[in-house]
Design a protein around this ligand. Sequence first.
Ligand code: FAD
Length: 496
Amino acid sequence: MTAPRSIVIVGGGTAGWMAAAALGRLCVPAEGKVTLVESDEIPTVGVGEATIPPIRTFHAMLGIDEDAFLRATGGSYKMGIRFEGWTRAGETYVHPFGQIGTEIAGTPFAAQWLRARLHGGAEPLDHYSLEARAGEAGRFSRPIANGNSPLSRIAYAYHFDAARYAAFLRAHAEQHGVVRREGTVEHVEPGPHGVAAIHLADGARISGDLFIDCSGFRALLIEGALGAGWYDWSRWLPCDRAVAVPSPPDAAPLPLTRAIAHEAGWRWRIPLAHRTGNGLVYSSAHLDDDAAQRALLDAIDGEPLAEPRLIRFATGHRRRFWSGNCIALGLAAGFMEPLESTSIHLVQSGIQHLVRMMPPATPTAPAIVERYNRIMAGEFARIRDFLVAHYHLNDRPEPFWRERANAPIPDGMAEKLALFRAGGRIFREPDELFNETSWLALFAGQRALIDAHDPICDAISADLVSHRLQQIERVVSASLAHMPYHVEALRRLAPE
Ligand code: FAD
């Protein structure tokens, strides 16, 4: 049999158009074809607005010009997430992108900072991160070549308008030969390898070699037709609803996503150039929809720019992301609340693994399918552990938060926490998205305490460590002074 010549993508939300843009450019043989089917009658979820730095690799892979993309999507820059009130009311910390500190005389910064902090000899972690400091100060710059300065390795991502992003990617995909077909899928025709064809309400039948299910929470192909099954994670992450509403833009937007804890969940605040995205994520067992909507409307700045929208969701993922000749991406594949802006990243990751494992023949070798499913399941689980840690390590008094602090936690997270407490050590698993720095920011921000410091620290005198910490802080402050304000960077992008 032959390599897939015809790829059919069902769904034109962020996932569908990301897949179309990438597969159209990278995966289709000369005589092949990518068709994307989307329904004008079924809206996209339209709320994925905050991203993390790997998205820049995805854009580079597609040859996307950053300025053009930001202009088209009302985008802004992002250097981390500001967590407000997650330990207790009034306390904040930043989970910054990029590196925090630098090695101290060959020993890890994290270990030395933890020792110094334990003995009262270090500033809060944010002081040693240029991205955290710049984010708080409303400053932004792309990396500036400047020797070994932190300015040369500034890490950043974006906020953007989800509907505009899909439109931007659509134009890109169509330039690379992707064919868009408007229509509503009514029936999925099974075939010997999984799906043979989809049937649209207007009577059309669209067949393909490979189907990408990007139909959102409906999961029309992967679940509706193929019954891939579902792992439910609500016992670990019980928030199951969000209410979202846009408000007027900030005059001087911070290059940070804000995640603000509330009595039964948290609220996001995402600054775009033309508006601010707001949403309240909550557990319906602890807060009713009317109360959630009131809480959100009370919290936003200015008048809402549209009616609030309620979104119900389930946390977990398909037992099989790839089944036969069908691969699910985006909300059809699984969902975790957007606390660390990971959903669009998981779409990207799924696409990149698919590109790497594109089946050379039909039917797909089971080894390819198994490998893909194993990798994606691992990525989901590692991210889940990171999210659960935010909830587990809290000191808030409300019933929702006490339940979260006392609820059982996944084994992977329990091990990470135990290793950290036993000696301030953090180990990154293969294929894990979040690195040691992210875990350190999380543990430090959520006030996880260590029982003892890593003995490697004792190789260096406490005085030398204290001196080096002060030096790092000075370098960060000096670098910060060189960075222009974020609002200026956005002004530069604004249409003339
Ligand atoms: P959708 O946007 O729902 O698109 C589904 C598509 O399928 C639509 O085009 C629809 O027309 C089509 N379709 C459905 N049924 C049919 C049919 N029968 N026939 C034809 N077409 C059909 N991610 C982040 O990375 N950062 C964030 O900040 C973030 N915030 C979020 C907040 C909330 C509350 C939620 C729920 C999600 C958030 N996400 C975030 C996730 C992000 O929104 C999604 O990962 C992303 O938008 C992908 O959605 P999708 O394309 O899979 O689905």
